[in-house]
Design a protein around this ligand. Structure first.
Ligand SMILES: Nc1ncnc2c1ncn2[C@@H]1O[C@H](COP(=O)(O)OP(=O)(O)OP(=O)(O)O)[C@@H](O)[C@H]1O
Length: 255
């Protein structure tokens, strides 16, 4: 049976991360619940990517603890490699590999499988993200922005991870493609029971896809909760973010 410690996919406590004299994350604590989509907002250069990269072990920490699916993480980054899939901002596909080979990359790195099985898995993952088997032999240069993101998502799902990290998944997409991608993320989260940790500036994604939103300011999480609670936050940065002129205009349009 699930105990209270199983309620959280990610637990970050008192995390301190810096570079030289700069402290980026300053005793930051954050819980991501299992099965939720958590959106992370914060000022540009505020440390959102640093937080994500520290959780997955790409950046060393100066203090604090990180647990992923109940296991200590954030050290050398290897321990929980199968626990997460990552969609980096630009998709970051290998340009010299086909779509199929890109999706198979994590399988080759982590498992020993027959070529036939890897081909079956690649096609299944591509179909899962709304692409066709015919797209498997294309190269990244032959894909649209939306297709690139979908291939990167298929690759992130290759090892059936319970957690998905998404770094600005809808940036660079037109509003229709962004909306379609939001729906895809929500559908995958529901059908695969994924936990999704998503850095985004996209107000539509925050409002329609995220179960909760966390705001990062001054190196800490200064507000966390459903979007309607964030809109009530008294924190000056959170108010400025959601009640500035541009956000107001968009929220007005969305009503
Ligand atoms: N490898 C690094 N070495 C030195 N400084 C770094 C490194 N990575 C990030 N930083 C610094 O850490 C701070 C936070 O950067 P980060 O990329 O996390 O911001 P962000 O919140 O993701 O911003 P954006 O929304 O613009 O992508 C910045 O001041 C950046 O210069």
């Amino acid at each position: 049976m699930d105990g209270p410690q199983d309620e959280f996919a990610i637990r970050v406590r008192d995390l301190v991360v810096g570079f030289g004299r700069q402290t980026v994350l300053d005793h930051l604590s954050l819980d991501v619940r299992r099965g939720e989509i958590l959106g992370l907002v914060g000022a540009s250069g505020g440390g959102k990517s640093v937080l994500m990269r520290t959780i997955i072990g790409l950046i060393p920490r100066r203090g604090g603890t990180i647990e992923v699916m109940g296991q200590s993480a954030g050290g050398d980054g290897r321990g929980a490699a199968m626990a997460w899939g990552i969609l980096f901002q630009q998709g970051a596909l290998f340009s010299s590999l086909t779509v199929r080979q890109n999706v198979q990359f994590p399988l080759r790195e982590n498992l020993v499988l027959s070529q036939e099985l890897m081909d079956e898995i690649a096609i299944a993952k591509l179909e899962m993200v709304g692409l066709r088997a015919e797209d498997a032999d294309k190269y990244p240069a032959e894909l649209s922005g939306g297709m690139t993101k979908r291939v990167a998502l298929a690759r992130a799902l290759a090892l059936d991870p319970p957690i998905l990290f998404l770094d600005e998944p809808t940036s660079g997409l037109d509003p229709i493609a962004a909306g379609d991608f939001d729906v895809l993320i929500k559908t995958l989260q529901r059908t695969l029971e994924l936990t999704v940790f998503m850095v985004t500036h996209d107000l539509a994604s925050l409002t329609t896809v995220c179960d909760r939103v966390a705001a990062l300011a001054d190196g800490k999480i200064v507000a966390i909760g459903p979007m309607r609670e964030l809109l009530q936050s008294e924190h000056p940065w959170v108010r400025a973010y959601f009640h500035g002129k541009r956000s107001q205009m968009l929220q007005h349009e969305m009503r």
